[in-house]
Write a protein that binds this ligand. Structure first.
Ligand SMILES: NC(=O)c1ccc[n+]([C@@H]2O[C@H](COP(=O)([O-])OP(=O)(O)OC[C@H]3O[C@@H](n4cnc5c(N)ncnc54)[C@H](OP(=O)(O)O)[C@@H]3O)[C@@H](O)[C@H]2O)c1
Length: 444
């Protein structure tokens, strides 16, 4: 990570800030700038002056931290204020946030963003734009809310070769999985509870389909493996197929079920990046991260395993990360320095196709309760696709239709073989239903 040469400039008495968005995060940022004004001034040596706040609806009633006198709906008004030096984007979504960030950097202002979608899709381009204009864009709050992750990856772990990253980075899905596990309820009921408590949005697609976690993985993996990773590179699968029985059976086998974002540096210089539910051994630290908490486990060649854990969302935890970036930039401005933007990574390393993944699998099948069924299933898995079985466990039997549920644990098999085998199993007359299949995560 090289740094551009710094230049000394005359430092102003206060640092002008514009906030794009005054919602959950923006409200928290505005509150803290007001509540901790004197303390921040002591730390920075300059006063932080919130000069304009951009919103969509100026009529909305907001907390006392948001001064209605500085609310605007016109971004050009922010660009035309020469006293604004830092633009803090906490509005979310790709557009117009991306366009406003480009305009901010082109006007040689610093940018701070909490926007994982924009950073995942356009991070390298925005970093280049910042460098070209002698400013910076910081994005600590884009992953893991209040947990310090971006700065440690950029600085404290810089001497390491990061070989692996495994993360729980979506609090909504982790909350849902925790409820499914602890209460024995199905996905739909747990989602309803999460929505009632405000942990899941009315349209939860981005969270429950693993899209949000994939954006965050792009950002973490780009920094950890020093190669540009974009959303199209990340295989992602959500949690909607999971059922209460999966949690029960997994527990009996000594596993928890978690939605993990996984990145690994592979021999030969490629990397793998994927988001999907996994069976995770119960003695692994990540399997004990419950509720809305997030955690990121990194393995460096010098540090060994490092675990970051904390509140991955929420007004104050997230504004802590946003304000850390603001204070960092304000100090640099105070010192008369500029142009520290990190060098953007190019797509220097290959992304391994997901079909080449090798992993163990858990399969839950409903089959007729009669002799000869297992030999046919084993024939497809073993003889046709070379997938060897480590355990077969018979579970619930239904007297109603004389069927039984079985769980099969396989040894490591290629993703492509497993998918082909599942398609074949689906056609077998001795298979009533493939209830689920979940990859088993094994530490390397
Ligand atoms: N919430 C969290 O815990 C959390 C955690 C980590 C990162 N983040 C990220 O932080 C960002 C903000 O999240 P949030 O939860 O604070 O969102 P939010 O509560 O929905 O607030 C969004 C704010 O942006 C304004 N806004 C949206 N679109 C706009 C537009 N086109 N023009 C002008 N203003 C616009 C809204 O204005 P109105 O108020 O007028 O509608 C609102 O004030 C997102 O990128 C999110 O991913 C959030």
């Amino acid at each position: 990570m090289t740094q551009q040469s710094t230049t000394r400039q005359e430092a102003p008495a206060s640092i002008g800030i514009a906030l794009l968005g005054a919602g959950v995060v923006g409200g928290g940022v505005a509150h803290s700038i007001g509540a901790h004004a004197a303390e921040y001034e002591r730390r920075i040596g300059r006063r932080l002056e919130l000069r304009q706040i951009l919103v969509r609806n100026p009529e909305k009633v907001r907390g006392t931290s948001v001064d209605p006198g500085i609310v605007t709906t016109d971004f050009d008004q922010i660009l035309s204020d020469p006293k604004i030096q830092i633009v803090v984007e906490v509005m979310g979504g790709e557009e117009p946030a991306y366009r406003y960030l480009c305009q901010t950097l082109e006007s040689r202002r610093y940018a701070v963003t909490a926007n994982k979608e924009v950073m995942a899709k356009h991070g390298p381009e925005l970093l280049s734009l910042a460098r070209r204009n002698g400013v910076d864009i910081l994005f600590e709050a884009s992953v893991g809310g209040g947990i310090p992750l971006i700065a440690p990856l950029k600085r404290d772990l810089i001497a390491n070769e990061i070989t692996s990253l495994r993360a729980i980075v979506n609090g909504t899905t982790n909350y849902i999985l925790t409820r499914m596990s602890s209460e024995g309820i199905d996905f739909a009921d747990a989602l309803e509870q999460a929505q009632a408590l405000g942990y899941a949005e009315a349209d939860p697609t981005n969270d429950v389909e693993g899209i949000d976690a994939a954006y965050k993985l792009c950002i973490l993996a780009s920094l950890a493996f020093r190669t540009a990773v974009f959303p199209a590179d990340v295989y992602h699968e959500g949690i909607t197929r999971l059922r209460a029985n999966d949690f029960r059976y997994a527990r009996e086998l000594g596993y928890a079920i978690k939605l993990l974002a996984i990145g690994r540096r592979l021999a030969g210089g490629s990397v793998e990046v994927r988001v999907h539910p996994v069976l995770l051994r119960e003695d692994e630290p990540l399997s004990k991260v419950d509720g809305v908490f997030n955690a990121v486990e990194l393995e460096g060649d010098l540090t060994g395993l490092v675990l970051f854990q904390g509140q991955g969302a929420g007004s104050f935890p997230t504004s802590s990360a946003v304000l850390a970036d603001v204070i960092d930039i304000a100090r640099e401005i105070g010192l008369g320095q500029s142009g520290r933007a990190m060098e953007p990574y190019s797509a220097s390393q290959q992304i391994r196709p997901f079909e080449e993944l090798e992993s163990r699998h858990y399969l839950r099948l409903r089959v007729p309760d009669r002799a000869g069924v297992l030999s046919k299933i084993c024939g497809v898995l073993g003889d046709q696709y070379g997938i060897s079985i480590s355990d077969i466990i018979q579970k619930e039997t239904s007297q109603e239709d004389q069927s039984t549920e079985i769980v099969i644990m396989t040894h490591a098999a290629r993703e492509a073989s497993m998918r082909a085998a599942l398609m074949e199993l689906e056609q077998l007359p001795v298979v009533n239903e493939i209830g689920n299949f979940i990859r088993v995560e094994t530490p390397r």
